[in-house]
Write a protein that binds this ligand. Structure first.
Ligand SMILES: Nc1nc2c(ncn2[C@@H]2O[C@H](COP(=O)(O)OP(=O)(O)O)[C@@H](O)[C@H]2O)c(=O)[nH]1
Ligand SMILES: [Mg+2]
Length: 476
């Protein structure tokens, strides 16, 4: 009899604990984005690394749950969406643990990883009911270029062609676009479509976008999928381009053109892209995100010069549209948003000396808030930070013309040589002409400083503040 009631009590206890778990366990969908090479892979690797190695000398003083001693453990668990690529954490850690260490290989699409973080609750009510709570974190990595496509949802093929033609014919893009523009201008838009010609020109247009991004360091790349196609590489849905000669095309003839004419097919593919690729991304993924971190490498454009920097400004403006939830915004009209926290992080802050960090944060703040006055972000809490996901330099002092100046030291990526330099000053607001004339910024790539084993935590700057902002309020 006594035994039975003991079993009964155990059962009841389990039931109660199940109930508690269901009530108190938390879940969060965290999205990480940024233009290519802004540092997403390094960031997610570090984010996961800091959490799963917490306790082994990780430096997370500003992450309250750790600071207060309530963090128990974090581990990776199988992801939720099996049709989405897995974020290759182990592969990235392998790169950092080689001798000499390397940066992880670039990736081009969307990927996911799930973490379970266990902690002791501090909230008195929760504490009364359970000793531990689990916060499940789904992290999604996706290219920032995909957000540049949001405006496409609002543009007809003709309008989009106008927008891109303006870009193609302006400084600095025009220097590379002439041959493409000549070919497009020679096309007979009403002639029967030649699919091979269309594929060839789309390929040429994609190559141009690659040059803009990787040679000129520009940020406004449209359509965003063309340079980061993910699983759509070589699919006909990506085989279109802007028609640059609308002013010589009769309006009625255009309206009546069928899909078997060149212009009709271009328009049909554009519409298909808009619906199946752009809208689909927002529906399938974006609207499910609770929190978003946007990474921006402001230093490379500073190094590349005014045009590259101006382009970054425009790209950030375009990206901000996806977080503009005002009643009349494009986003609001199309989707029901739910992101409540948005973090902008200026990455690679280990490339500058520490006294420049506040300038870098102010600069990013300006880039973001440029747009803020005409957009409504009331429903989103925003923050800007200067971070290094994987700190790859040391800071020191050097004598220069009789005075002491701050310097950084690291292994130059190009040849692995240890070098010491003062990379220059970062403007604390959008740079004007005099900045470009007087203070050239000297940005060079660094390799990671020393190899790090997978059970060690990666050196970083302010990843703990990132964790606190993105997760802190969920951990009660
Ligand atoms: N010094 C330094 N370089 C970084 C850091 N994060 C990224 N990088 C550099 O930026 C490159 C691109 O980073 P990655 O994470 O692959 O960018 P993604 O294309 O956005 O995923 C890396 O190969 C590194 O050279 C950082 O925290 N510090
Ligand atoms: Mg990546």
């Amino acid at each position: 009899m006594a035994l039975l009631s003991k079993q009964k009590i155990e059962k009841l206890k389990r039931k109660a604990s199940d109930l508690v778990n269901r009530t108190f366990d938390q879940h969060i969908n965290l999205a990480v984005t940024g233009l290519s090479r802004s540092g997403k892979t390094a960031f997610i690797t570090s984010f996961v690394n800091q959490l799963i190695n917490e306790g082994s000398h990780s430096k997370l003083g500003f992450f309250n749950v750790v600071h207060q001693g309530n963090f128990i453990a974090a581990k990776r668990v199988p992801q939720k969406n099996l049709h989405i690529a897995r974020f290759e954490y182990d592969k990235a850690m392998q790169a950092f643990s080689q001798e000499p260490p390397n940066w992880p290989e670039p990736t081009s699409g969307i990927s996911e990883l799930r973490l379970a973080l266990r902690y002791q609750p501090t909230d008195s009510l929760i504490k009364y009911a359970t000793d531990t709570v689990t916060l499940t974190i789904d992290i999604t990595d996706y290219p920032g270029e995909w957000l540049l496509d949001l405006p496409i949802l609002n543009l007809t093929y003709e309008e989009w062609s106008e927008f891109t033609t303006e870009l193609l014919t302006g400084v600095p893009r025009a220097a590379y676009s002439q041959s493409f523009l000549n070919k497009v201008n020679q096309l007979d838009p009403l002639a029967p479509v030649d699919e091979q010609l269309l594929a060839d020109l789309a390929h040429e247009y994609t190559n141009l976008l690659m040059i803009y991004r990787h040679k000129l360091g520009l940020s406004v790349i449209q359509p965003g999928r063309f340079i980061l196609p993910g699983e759509l590489a070589d699919a006909p849905i990506l085989q279109f381009f802007p028609f640059t000669n609308f002013n010589e095309l009769d309006k009625d003839a255009y309206q009546n053109a069928t899909d078997d004419s060149l212009i009709g097919m271009l328009r049909a593919r554009y519409i298909e892209y808009k619906e199946r690729v752009v809208r689909n991304f927002y529906h399938e993924h974006f609207i499910h995100f609770d929190r978003q971190i946007v990474l921006a490498d402001c230093l490379t454009p500073l190094n590349n010069g005014p045009e590259s920097f101006q382009d970054l400004t425009q790209a950030i403006n375009m990206i901000m549209e996806s977080f503009n939830y005002g009643q009349s915004s494009l986003f609001r009209r199309l989707f029901s948003p739910r992101i409540d926290k948005l973090l902008f992080a200026a990455t690679k802050a280990d490339h500058i000396t520490p006294e420049q960090h506040t300038n870098l944060t102010s600069l990013l703040n300006q880039l973001v808030h440029e747009t803020k006055h005409h957009l409504s972000f009331d429903e989103i809490e925003m923050k800007t930070l200067a971070i290094a996901s994987v700190k790859s330099t040391n800071v020191g002092k050097a004598q220069h013309q009789g005075s002491e100046i701050p310097v950084i030291q690291g292994n130059r990526a190009s040849d692995g040589k240890l070098i010491t330099l003062f990379p220059g000053t970062v403007p604390n607001k959008l740079p004007q002409a005099d900045y470009w004339q007087s203070s050239p910024f000297n940005f060079i790539g660094f390799s990671p400083l020393a190899r790090i084993d997978s059970h060690e935590s990666l050196p970083h700057l302010r990843m703990d503040q990132v964790l606190q902002f993105l997760l802190g309020d969920k951990i009660k």
